[in-house]
Design a protein around this ligand. Structure first.
Ligand SMILES: *Cc1c(COP(=O)(O)O)cnc(C)c1O
Length: 373
């Protein structure tokens, strides 16, 4: 650490990684500017106590901004947890299913839902209400295809399947049981009607910040379901009672989540504007797929394709490799698809600027053109 390196914005490339993912430049600049000392505090956010007035303020502002952005009402609590979305695969059934005779119903539209249900099986009875695995998760269930159990403890969905690029276009309407949603990869990308959900969980490192913090929004009446024999830290009530601070929370990750909320509110203009922006970006790429005569073959069916993760195949694996390599050389990085789908995945979360998507579109058009010639 002897030489000082000053990296300029010009060195940044377009990052299509599925997560941890691109952050808004304004957020990075703000974090950089405040890294040595928070204004009025004199020390870094990396150094402050989680019990300090400075962090009180950060936590309060972040919660307030989340509540106003998402329109979260008084029936729901919001807490910040650790362990990623993956720990919620376990905590949800531990708190809402353990010891009950009912089944928990899972609508499985991709890899993450399939991972969630595995953990639920350890806690109690599970019912597969629908599973799209037979067509490698390329679609959502059609109306009437979902078979719920008689009286489910809850119904679990994944709003956006990050690996397959399959996204629910509206808040699912799945009966009176509490709806539990893994919103990890489209959280804060669009408005949702929180009142329709019993529990929402989302890690931050896709749309909402850096790894380390997972937001859980839980309807207050569901807190009564947790049993007293749960490990203290795995009981939602512990985190609600202690205002997300039963122990040391991920201070920096909460701080960045707060910056992202403020960016969405002040620079983007709220979640409806964020959604318009995201849809516009996705349309640019899907239009290329649709006009490519099958050269770029989308994985997800058109009525459920994701505005966050655009997944597609090229004619063969060698061409896909070449595509990824050529993109990289142009500063369009991390486009390789997940091994379970193959092909290409362009993750174009909130912070991916239109210019990045335009650059990818231009590259796709040129790449196909060159193959024809
Ligand atoms: C990334 C992701 C997860 C896993 O998140 P971790 O924080 O790594 O545990 C779960 N579900 C979805 C939909 C995701 O996109």
């Amino acid at each position: 650490m002897t030489e000082r390196s000053l990296v300029s914005v010009a060195e940044r490339v377009f990052n299509f990684s599925p997560g941890p993912a691109v952050l808004p430049l304004e957020v990075l600049e703000r974090a950089r500017d405040e890294l040595l000392a928070l204004p009025g505090v004199g020390i870094s956010v990396l150094e402050i106590s989680h019990r300090s007035p400075a962090f009180d303020r950060i936590l309060e502002e972040t919660l307030g901004d989340l509540r106003s952005l998402l329109g979260i009402g008084p029936d729901h609590e919001v807490v910040f947890l650790q362990g990623g979305a993956s720990l919620q695969f376990s905590m949800v059934p531990m708190n809402l299913l353990r010891g009950r005779t009912q089944a928990a119903d899972y609508v499985v539209t991709g890899t993450w839902g399939a991972t969630a249900i595995k953990e639920a099986r350890r806690e109690g009875r599970v019912h597969v209400a629908w599973d799209g695995g037979t067509t490698n998760y390329d679609r959502l269930p059609a109306a009437g295809e979902i078979a719920l159990s008689a009286d489910p403890a809850y119904v679990h969905v994944t709003s956006n399947e990050t690996i397959q690029g399959v996204q629910w276009k509206h808040d699912p309407d799945l009966g009176p049981a509490p709806l539990v949603c893994d919103c990890s990869s489209d959280f804060l990308s669009r408005p949702i009607d929180v009142a329709k959900y019993g529990l929402i969980y989302a890690c931050a490192q896709k749309n909402a910040g850096v790894a380390g913090v997972t937001t859980v929004i839980i309807r207050k009446d569901l807190l009564d379901r947790s049993r007293d024999d749960l490990p203290t830290m795995l009981d939602y009530r512990t985190h609600v009672k202690n205002g997300s601070r039963p122990n040391t929370p991920p201070v920096f990750a909460v701080y960045v989540l707060g910056l992202v909320c403020r960016w969405i509110r002040d620079s983007v203009g709220g979640l409806a504007a964020m959604d318009r922006h995201n849809r516009g970006k996705a349309k640019l790429l899907y239009d290329v797929l649709d006009a490519s005569g099958g050269f770029y073959a989308g994985h997800a069916r058109p009525d459920c394709r994701s505005d966050m993760n655009v997944t597609f195949r090229l004619p063969d694996e060698a061409t896909e490799k070449e595509f990824v390599k050529g993109a990289s050389a142009r500063g369009l990085i991390d486009l390789k698809g997940h091994r379970s789908v193959g092909g290409i995945r362009a993750s174009i979360y909130n912070a991916m600027p239109m210019a990045g998507v335009e650059a990818l579109r231009d590259y796709m058009l040129e790449f196909q053109q060159a193959r024809r010639a």
